[in-house]
Ligand binder design. Structure first.
Ligand SMILES: [Mg+2]
Length: 366
C-alpha cells in the first residue's frame, strides 16, 4: 500500500445556473481531480474545489502546491502512515483545499485496499444523510420557485438561504416569502458569508424573529471580534462558524471566545483526517455541527456524505449535499441520486467513486 504516484488534473464543467452569495459567485466549476496510485495498482480519487475569494486558493495554485510540495512529501509512504502524512502536509501553512483533496484520495485508496467503505473506516454510524439545499441570491419569487422544484423533484425540505446583501431587507423578504409559501413544512436557516456588520446582522435577525430559523451562519466577519461576540450573545439560535474555522485551533478560538456556538465541517477544506479531529473537538465542546458544502461536484459531495454518515453528531442535521445539481455534467460514471430528500453513501470499498474516462477526457484542461 505504498504511494507511488500523485496527480493533480485540472478540469472545468459549466454550471447550468450560477450560484451567487455575499463573498462571490461561481459560473464554472474549475476544479482539480487528485489521483493517488499505490504500488498495488489501487487508484484513489478526490476533488479539490478552489474558492479564491474565501481561502485564496486557485486551480493553478492547488496544482502547483500538490505537484511541487505535497506529492514529493508523501510519495513512498504507506497509506497507513496517516499521522506521518498529516504531519508532513501540516508543515505548510494554509492550502486547505489542496491538502484535503490529497488526504481524501489517500483514504479512498486505503478503503479500496482494505475492502471497507470510507464511512465504515471512519465510524460507520449510518449509511445516508438528509439533504439541505442552498438557495443563492435571487428575487424572492425565483428562490421560492427553486425551493419548490427541489422539494417536488428530490423531496428536500431543508433550505439554507444565502443572505448578506445590502440593504438586508432584500434577504429578509426572501426568508419571509419562503416561510409564507411552505409554512412549517420546511426547515430554514441563513448564511451571510460575512456580508453584514454585526449591527446589521442583529437588525436582520430581529426582523426574522418570527420566521422560525434554526441556525445563523457567519453573518459578520469573525475578525470583528467584539461585534461578533455581542451579536452571538443576543441571538437565540446556534451561530455557525464556517470559513472562520478551517482548523481545529480556529474552532477552539471561536467557540471559547464566544464568537460562535456551532460549526460547519467541510471535507473539501479539512479532508477526512482533519475533519475527524474537528468532529471529536466539537463533540468534546458540546456544540452542534453542520456538514457544509464548498460548492462541491459529485465526487466532493460523495466525500461529504461519506464523512457525515460516519458519526452520530455529523449526521443529525441535514447536510449541504446538493450543489452538484446545478452543474451541467460531472466526472462520475454513476451519477449521485438524491431521493426522498436523502443522499446515500456507496457501499463499495473506499468512496465508491468511478471516474468516467470519456468525461474526464472531455473536461480536463491539460
Ligand atoms: Mg457558509
Amino acid at each position: 500500500m505504498k504511494i507511488t504516484h500523485v496527480e493533480a488534473i485540472p478540469f472545468a464543467i459549466p454550471y447550468a445556473k450560477p450560484l451567487k452569495f455575499a463573498s462571490g459567485e461561481v459560473h464554472v466549476a474549475e476544479h482539480v481531480l487528485v489521483r493517488v496510485t499505490t504500488n498495488d495498482g489501487v487508484v484513489g480519487v478526490a476533488e479539490a474545489p478552489p474558492r479564491p475569494f474565501t481561502y485564496g486558493e486557485t486551480q493553478a495554485g492547488i496544482m502547483a502546491v500538490i505537484d511541487g510540495i505535497f506529492a514529493p512529501q508523501v510519495t513512498g509512504l504507506d497509506l497507513m502512515e496517516r499521522e506521518q502524512i498529516h504531519a508532513r502536509l501540516s508543515r505548510t501553512v494554509g492550502n486547505p483545499t489542496a491538502k484535503s483533496a490529497l488526504d481524501m484520495a489517500l483514504w479512498d485508496a486505503m478503503g479500496q485496499s482494505l475492502g471497507y467503505s470510507v464511512t465504515e473506516l471512519l465510524g460507520g454510524f449510518t449509511d445516508r444523510m438528509r439533504v439541505s439545499h442552498m438557495l443563492g441570491f435571487d428575487s424572492p419569487a425565483a428562490m421560492v420557485d427553486e425551493a419548490e422544484r427541489m422539494r417536488d423533484t428530490y423531496g428536500i425540505s431543508t433550505f439554507k438561504v444565502k443572505v448578506g446583501r445590502k440593504p438586508y431587507h432584500l434577504d429578509t423578504a426572501v426568508v419571509r416569502a419562503l416561510r409564507e409559501r411552505f409554512g412549517d413544512d420546511i426547515e430554514l436557516y441563513v448564511d451571510g458569508n460575512r456580508g453584514w456588520s454585526a449591527s446589521e446582522s442583529a437588525r436582520a435577525m430581529r426582523e426574522m424573529a418570527d420566521l422560525g430559523l434554526t441556525l445563523a451562519e457567519e453573518l459578520c466577519p469573525a475578525d470583528d471580534v467584539l461585534g461578533r461576540r455581542w451579536l452571538v450573545e443576543q441571538i437565540d439560535v446556534p451561530f455557525v462558524a464556517d470559513e472562520s474555522v478551517v482548523t481545529p485551533a480556529e474552532v477552539t478560538r471561536e467557540i471559547l471566545g464566544g464568537s460562535a456556538t456551532a460549526i460547519s465541517i467541510k471535507t473539501a477544506r479539512t479532508g477526512f483526517t482533519t475533519s475527524r479531529r474537528v468532529h471529536h473537538l466539537a463533540e468534546g465542546l458540546g456544540i452542534e455541527v453542520v456538514m457544509g458544502n464548498q460548492i462541491d461536484g459529485q465526487l466532493g459531495s460523495l466525500a461529504s456524505v461519506a464523512f457525515g454518515s460516519a458519526f452520530e453528531l455529523t449526521s443529525r442535521r441535514a447536510g449541504e449535499l446538493s450543489n452538484f445539481l446545478d452543474m451541467t455534467d460531472d466526472l462520475l460514471a454513476e451519477p449521485l441520486v438524491i431521493r426522498g430528500g436523502e443522499l446515500a453513501v456507496r457501499s463499495a470499498p473506499g468512496l465508491g467513486a468511478v471516474i468516467d474516462p470519456d468525461k474526464l477526457a472531455r473536461y480536463r484542461q491539460n
